[in-house]
Every structure is written in C-alpha cells, then in structure tokens.
Write a protein that binds this ligand. Sequence first.
Ligand code: PMP
Length: 397
Amino acid sequence: PFAAYEMAPLDPIIGLNEEFQRDDFPQKVIVGVGAYRDDAGKPYVLPCVREAEQRLVDQKLDMEYSGIAGDQKFVDLSLKFGYGEDSGALKEGRIQGVQALSGTGGLRVFGEMIRRHGHKHIYVPNPTWGNHIPIFQNSGLEVRKYRYYDASNSSLDFDGMIKDIQDIPAGSCVLLHACAHNPTGMDPTLEQWKQLSELFKKKQLFPFFDAAYQGFASGDAILDAASLRMFVDDGHLLGTIQSFSKNFGLYGHRVGTLSVVGSNAEEAARVVSQMKMVIRPMYSNPPRHGARIVSTILDDPKLKSDFYEQCKGMADRMNTMRTKLRDELEAVGSTRNWDHIVKQIGMFAYSGLNKEQVMEMRSKHHLYCTADGRISMAGVTTGNVSYIANAMHDVSK
Ligand code: PMP
C-alpha cells in the first residue's frame, strides 16, 4: 500500500534540527527552532516547574483520562493568567475554553471549528509563524495575508496593516499575535493596538489572538497581555490560543488553551461544546501532566512569583544577547545597520539576511537559522555570539 509514497520534504523549521545533527563540524551553531537555551546553550527547565513536578509526584495522583476539554482547574487559572485576574468578562462567565495540545493544537481546533461554522478564510500577518499557514489550510480554510512588516526599514508597516485590514470583508476572522510577533519581533505600540481595536469594531472583524509568548516580550507576563486585555475591555468577542511552551518552558508537554469571549456565559458554553465536538474524534482528550504543572504553579503564590521572576530571567538573557550581537557585528566591522536586532522583542531576531545568505551561513559557517533569516535569540550565548556575528558579517558584507 505504500509504494507510491514520496519522501516528504523536511519541515522548514523543525527539519533544521535534523540537518544540524548530521553536521559534524565542531563549532556548528543552531539558532533555528524557538526553544530557550541557557547561556551554556543547554535546554532550561524553570526551577518553579521542577518544584511543581516534585509536588505532583509526591501526591501520587492517578492517571485517569482527562475530560474532552481537559483539566478545568488548569483552564480557569490559565484564563486568569491571559485575560487578567480581575477581568470583568471572565467574572461574568463570558470567557470559556478548553485545554489544548499547546498552541498548535488550539489553532487547529479553532480553524476546524470556525470552518464548520461558515468561515471560508482566515487572515494572517505577512509574514507570520510558518506553521500557521498549513494549520489553517488543513482546517479547510483559505489563508489570506495582510501587510505587517516593512523589510526595507526593518519595522512594522502599520500603515500597510491598517490599509489591508480596512479592506477585509465584515465578519472575517483575523489572526493577531498578542505579543512578540514571530518571526519579526515587531509589535504594534499600545496606541496602535487601540487604533486596531477601533478599526476591528468599525469593520466588524473577528479577532483571534495567538498568545504564544506571554512574558517573553517585555519579561512581564501582565504587560504582554495588554493587547488582548484591551480588546476584551473594548467589548470585542474573540478567540484566543495560549501556549505554555515558551514562557513555562514546557515545550514537549504540549500545554495550552483555546478560549473565546462570548456575549454571555451561555453563548460561550455553546462554543466550548463545539470545540469538544472537534476534539473528541481528533485526539479524544489532552495529556494531564503539563497542565497539572502549570496549575500547580499558578495556584500557589510563591511558585507563581517564582515563575514571573524566572520567565523574566529568560527574557532578560535574550535581550542582553540582542545588544551583544549588534555590538559584535559592529566590532567585526559590519557597516550595515543592525539596530533592528535590539529594537525587536521576544524570541527572534528577524535579521534581514536573505535566503542565499542564510544558505551560505549554513554551508560555509555551519550556522543554522530559518530560510527567512530568522535567528532564535534563545540560542545565542556568550560563547557563540561572536562566532554568529562573524558569520553574519561574512555573508552580508
Ligand atoms: N504560535 C506562534 C506564533 C508560535 O511561534 C508558536 C511556536 N513556535 C506556536 C503558536 C505554537 O507552539 P506550541 O504548539 O509549541 O505551543
């Protein structure tokens, strides 16, 4: 039955790891996948996560199935984390959701659900996280793009964004990155978010927030939720996915939520019932352990404050590396302007290097980043920053 199967291409982001593994050059460097590394280049487990895990082990919990919607206590705490402890809409019961297979799973369930309810397309920023496109296509939606980035100035193309959004048909679903836009690292300012909120209202658009980096942008998880909270306060009805992969460092545990803000509690409950209709035949129910870790942390004042501190520690290290990388590029004699590396926020530096330059860095310097020139700042360390700067300069001089 398999004779006609062709070998599929490597994934443009995750496939880099495979290529990297095969490279036996001793100084090889990978700054591809968005996964945080400590300054020694090692994966990092937050101490609050270790402590929560220990508590869970000590409780000798059972390993029964979760419900289709997952762990309700986790969902409640996670919605408070995203929408705010004192969100009026949350208190009114208008915000409800389900545990999801991290951000990716939440996006997929959402895409499927809105397609079943009459949506034919979804609008995403150009560029966006590469996986958004096949996720929504696989949900049966046509993916359309709105302008987001001005490559010539390495900045947000806010005017282009507004112009394109103005032309989107009423009722359409429009994806917004809540903070730390991937891959550009450029977010609207609060004033610009306000303009967007007004425009979405006027044009009757349906906002869908992708919150994969809450805490990773400013280092403050509360500040990073400002866009989402503003839209809710402004009365929008919307959807949100939250991922706990990056901020809690729970990548492989697949922890996230998909939620909606409805006009009332009864409406929100109806939407959740539809999410469950998508989930049950797709994967039945989500895993338990990671959700228990997050809820243990968010439910305990000490662990919660440890989390805020440790998450900030990661954001701070990446920001230090932004400055170092820019400074090293200057030190090795690059005359190009690299200020955008410092100006950008979150996990990625959108370097501006083109595909040929990226490929040259790979073949000549054994430095691996994605083809769009996106460098994961999480992989930049005191030990490799000058090597990276040298390679970037060499291919761009
Ligand atoms: N959205 C964005 C913008 C992302 O960058 C990512 C991860 N790279 C995700 C969603 C989903 O990640 P995960 O499935 O690990 O939560």
